[in-house]
Ligand binder design. Sequence first.
Ligand code: HEC
Length: 122
Amino acid sequence: MLHDKCIIHIVAALAIAALAGCQPDTPIESYPCPTNGTSLTYASFGQDFMARHCQTCHGQSTKDRKGAPASFDFATPEAIQQHKARIFARAAADNVTMPPGPDDPPEAERMKLAEWLACGAP
Ligand code: HEC
């Protein structure tokens, strides 16, 4: 049996985890592509966004990946399309766990990323 004191500690730890942002990610399915589609493309938005905010750690030629997994490299439109659900879940709309900081993209750019990914990252 657990002591009451232990139970209080467990409840406190869970509360701290919730406050620290352990809420679930917003999935790509919850953000539909606008009916008129998107004017955003890899050339006009995606390539530059990923280069500035992600490829500093996720790039293939990056020397110091800072722990970014080798299989997550977003250098081509195909790679981004393949990983679009995870990219969305970490960085688009109200998902802010990537990049790990401190240079976060502005909210307007996260909303653009959401639209572009939801439309299939054309
Ligand atoms: C400062 C380095 C750094 C930057 C910049 C960065 N990442 Fe990461 N990324 C990591 C590390 C470290 C991990 C492994 C730990 C983790 O998953 O949190 C990771 C893992 C990931 C994963 C794989 C895990 C999963 O949740 O599926 C995805 C997807 C990802 N990052 C997306 C992005 C996107 C999108 C950007 C740009 C908006 C970005 N990252 C920018 C360091 C970085």
